[in-house]
Write a new protein. Sequence first.
Length: 146
Amino acid sequence: MTTTDLAAEPAAYWTGVAYQALIAFTRAHLAEQGVSQPQFWLLRNLSAADLSPDGAPMTVPELQVAMATYLRAEDDLRAESDVLVAKGWLLRDDEGRLTITEAGERARVAVKATTPGLRARIHEGVDDADYVAALGVLQRMIRNVT
């Protein structure tokens, strides 16, 4: 395609294609690590060493609120948390609050250690200046329509 042809392409289509490809790639990578993306998010959101400010126990509805900006419609945090409880990575108390265990923290650290390689693969052949420029363009397009 020529530059003129590319300039006429719909941004919404290509951002959607990119989103689907990147999510599928990321989720496949995490599955190779023995964890789903929602399970990894649960571990991260319950860890005081990661996204949780204090490591306090949280219910599934509280976690859904915390993850509202990146959960997908098909993500079932209740089912995903059940898997992590069965693995011994989370504990659920009588009120349904979840807490990360030492085993869960070790799993979170191990999976998180693989994410720089994941990012490197996604960014292969894309220099930082081009990446920043692309994000700037997308942010401008968002501002144009909101």
